[in-house]
Design a protein around this ligand. Structure first.
Ligand code: AMP
Ligand code: MG
Length: 358
């Protein structure tokens, strides 16, 4: 299959392109499109065959449910029942936006879309192209991140093409996404709201609207033996090809350890990449002998870190990096989402930097 690439105009969605894309989805095809979080791979959420195609194109396990994207509030009543008061409050505060809610599904939503579950994940995104496409496609677009399963979610159309060219009908190129990490997922089907995946909408933001919110224990505790409540969090997502280790501790100790480890890896013949914040960048460039040192921005600028993380992991893949060292980042607010993704990418390999690395 030839994958058509359509460039969105800078001053808003291209109407013809959107109309064609919507038609493709209504006929059961797949279109990748930008959202404010990451690029999504969209199909008709109400068509079981479309959902099966999404799983096949991504190589995604079919028990990993898809998020259904809507483009107007009232449509939620067609796919979710009941719609609790908490959902209304959250929608008032954060929709359209980077928040996904888990609710009980109606019969309209096929089990293929929900990975066999009786619940459905719903999001109302705010990106203009995404909203226009969902509308043109009939109002209910199932869209997981538009990467091949196991690779970092795409923040640019180029990465969608790298993973899915020839496997999907169309890619809408809307440039670089704004947030760079997937939406926050909150489960509203139990008595207490629970965060299943941290994202740009933080626990504090949710609590300011709902009161106390819990967090799935498997997010907070890597050794927790319980299965995560979001099936997708089970898989080792976001995995770069190189072996990634995170070093935490005082900045000076981290810099020393990373440089020493990097030099030793070079002696073993590895190709080394370092993920650094601006603050220590020149130090790594001078002392580490690493092949590639990349900055996520200032460590105090969470938004910059969130936006660059997946891009850097992909760039290291392209450069053939075999060993990666990363600083760790502050875990407050949006930082929790950043560290959650970084830890997953590292297969939870995190060590305390003691200075001169051993
Ligand atoms: P992605 O669209 O690639 O960001 O992945 C969607 C995420 O939402 C995965 O982690 C899924 O497991 C999760 N998810 C989707 N639907 C549900 C649901 N009904 N219950 C729990 N988690 C869900
Ligand atoms: Mg994904």
């Amino acid at each position: 299959m030839e994958t058509i690439l359509i460039q969105m105009e800078e001053n808003g969605p291209d109407r013809d392109g959107i109309a064609r894309a919507g038609e493709i989805i209504r006929r059961g095809g797949l279109v990748a499109f930008p959202t404010e979080t990451v690029y999504g791979l969209g199909g008709d959420a109400l068509n079981p065959a479309s959902s099966r195609k999404i799983y096949a194109a991504k190589g995604r396990p079919s028990d990993n449910p898809l998020i259904v994207h809507i483009c107007r509030w009232r449509d939620i009543y067609r796919i979710a029942q009941p719609v609790p008061e908490a959902a209304k409050k959250l929608a008032d505060a954060f929709w359209p936006g980077p928040l996904t809610m888990i609710l009980h599904k109606t019969a309209l939503v096929p089990k293929e879309t929900t990975g066999g579950l009786d619940t459905v994940a719903v999001r109302y995104p705010m990106d203009g192209t995404a909203l226009a496409l969902i509308d043109a496609a009939g109002g209910f677009v199932a869209a997981p991140s538009a990467n091949a399963s196991g690779r970092p979610s795409p923040t640019l159309a180029r990465y969608v093409r790298e993973d899915l060219d020839g496997r999907i009908d169309m890619i809408l190129d809307g440039g670089e996404v704004g947030i760079g990490l997937e939406s926050t997922i909150v489960d509203l089907t139990e008595e207490k709201p629970m965060i299943l995946r941290p994202g740009y909408v933080t626990k504090e933001m949710l609590e300011s609207v709902l009161g106390p919110v819990e967090t799935d224990r498997t997010i907070l505790d890597a050794d927790c033996k319980l299965p995560p409540r979001a099936p997708g969090m089970r898989y080792r997502h976001y995995a770069p090809k190189g072996e990634l280790t995170i070093l935490e501790g005082e900045p000076e100790a981290v810099a020393e350890t990373v440089c020493a480890r990097s030099r030793r890896a070079k002696e073993r013949g590895e190709k080394v990449g370092i993920i650094a914040a601006d603050e220590l960048l020149s130090r790594y460039r001078a002392d580490s002998r690493a092949d590639s040192v990349k900055s996520v921005g200032s460590r105090t600028d969470e938004e910059a870190v969130g936006r660059s993380l997946y891009r850097i992991l992909r760039e290291f893949d392209d450069e053939g990096i075999t060993v990666i060292f990363s600083e760790s980042f502050p875990e407050g607010g949006f930082g929790q989402a950043i560290m959650n993704r970084l830890l997953k990418a590292a297969g939870h390999r995190i060590e305390k930097a003691e200075g001169e690395g051993k």
